[in-house]
Design a protein around this ligand. Structure first.
Ligand code: CA
Length: 437
């Protein structure tokens, strides 16, 4: 749910600029996703220099497309309504579908892929900013009793609960203003992730049926993540908790419910009470980076791994990760890091939650430097790398432009075969070297 914050900023920009050039504006939003405020300025300049003729043509075309889409969307919705009725949704809840709209912007956002893969240090700079840390301390002070109560109940530390809140919705200041029903109806109709969205739309209607929230109050991100905790409806059904005991699980308005739901999610994801998320470590010279399996902290210590500060915590089962390769910081992460990954399966996300929680408690931040001079690969370059690895027999799956686990695994094997440090981190120089072989 990382780019919700970006999308929010862009949303107000879109409203301000009317519908003249939505696609240009959206690409500007994507560049702000890579941390560039210049993209926004460029887009504004383009809107201002756009001639009124072009604007009129584009608006006319937009309206025509909207009319066609709207007509077949209403047909789709009528079919869905019949199916939902046969699956037991009450007619009262089904009446909420009367106000559901097809939202073109959601389809555009869903189809958009940013050109650059944002480096982890760039993401962390934004996600764990000084303001975010200061606000986290203030929120923890304000809700300390509630947070400690949920820590007691679920075994998840108060500062982790607050850190998730901070990363997911900027402590509730920014959880999105899209109708969840319209978001999932649009995504289900659009078809790219139809089954997922349809399942979530049904779950959303069941939640409305339960009386815990009205359709009007059920709001969240364009992608359907709801309220302070950014739960999709199926997660809400499985994990949301009534923290204040009023009989409703209100992740939009009740901070005790928000905190209980987040803590319960992490507890269900395997959070181990009393264990840290992990620790920053130094690796010995000649460390074997192909060791991606889990070992106990004493086994890692036997290889010469040390905590950057203090002693290694005890883990029965921990991984060593180098999110920016051998030239960047290294971490030993335990089961609680994996629990955070269940909330959002991205190392950058989990590290943001972990380091924000530490900063809120005035624990030291990451000590080793990120390789900030590395120019990130574009998506096209990642695809090129994937195709090159596949062509050389390192099967990494479909070339989708995303550096996932399979790509990193194949990359490590290639690096090792070439006598390079097998850290699975893709750089421009690595791309050069694979082009040359
Ligand atoms: Ca409640």
């Amino acid at each position: 749910m990382r780019y919700i914050h970006v999308q929010q900023a862009c949303r107000s920009m879109l409203i301000g600029a009317t519908l003249v050039l939505p696609l240009t504006l959206l690409s500007a939003c994507a560049s702000s996703n890579t941390g560039s405020s210049l993209g926004t300025a460029d887009a504004n300049a383009q809107v201002q220099t756009n001639t009124s003729n072009e604007a009129t043509q584009q608006t006319a075309q937009h309206t025509q497309n909207d009319t066609n889409s709207e007509k077949s969307f209403q047909e789709w919705l009528a079919n869905f309504r019949r199916d939902a009725a046969s699956e037991g949704i009450s007619s009262q809840a089904l009446s909420a579908l009367d106000n559901v709209r097809y939202i073109e912007r959601i389809v555009e956002l869903d189809r958009h892929q940013p050109e650059f893969v944002r480096p982890i240090w760039d993401y962390l700079d934004g996600a764990v900013s000084r303001t975010r840390i200061a606000n986290g301390k203030a929120r923890l002070a304000e809700h300390r009793q509630t947070a400690l109560e949920m820590q007691q109940r679920y075994g998840v530390p108060a500062e982790i609960i607050v850190a998730i809140w901070g990363i997911e919705s900027d402590y509730g200041r920014n959880f999105g203003n899209f109708s969840t029903l319209s978001a999932f109806a649009t995504l289900a109709y659009d078809g790219r992730r139809a089954n997922f969205a349809r399942t979530e739309l049904l779950a959303a209607l069941r939640i409305i049926d339960s009386g815990e929230i009205t359709a009007d109050e059920m709001i969240g991100s364009w992608a359907g993540a709801m309220g302070h905790t950014q739960f999709i409806p199926s997660s809400f059904e499985s994990f949301a908790k009534d923290g204040d005991g009023d009989g409703r699980r209100d992740i939009w308005g009740s901070i005790p419910d928000v905190m209980a739901s987040t803590a319960n999610y992490l507890a269900e994801a395997g959070w181990q009470a009393g264990e840290p998320w992990g620790v920053e470590v130094t690796l010995p010279a000649g460390f074997d980076f192909t060791q991606t399996d889990r070992r106990s902290s004493s086994e890692w210590a036997n290889q010469g791994i040390k905590a950057v500060q203090g002693n290694l915590p005890h883990f029965d089962s921990a991984r060593v990760i180098v999110p920016a390769g051998a030239q960047g910081p290294a971490f030993m992460v335990g089961p609680n890091f994996n629990a955070i990954l269940r909330y959002n399966n991205a190392t950058s996300y989990a590290l943001a939650v972990a380091t924000l929680s530490d900063a809120i408690m005035d624990r030291p931040g990451i000590q080793q430097s990120w390789p900030r001079d590395q120019v990130p690969l574009t998506r096209a370059q990642v695809r090129e790398l994937q195709e090159a690895l596949n062509a050389r027999g390192y099967s990494v799956g479909a070339a989708d432009g995303i550096m996932g686990p399979n790509t990193r695994h194949g990359l490590r094997a290639f690096q090792r075969a070439q006598g390079l440090v097998p850290d699975g981190f893709a750089t421009q120089s690595l791309l050069e070297s694979i082009r040359g072989r």
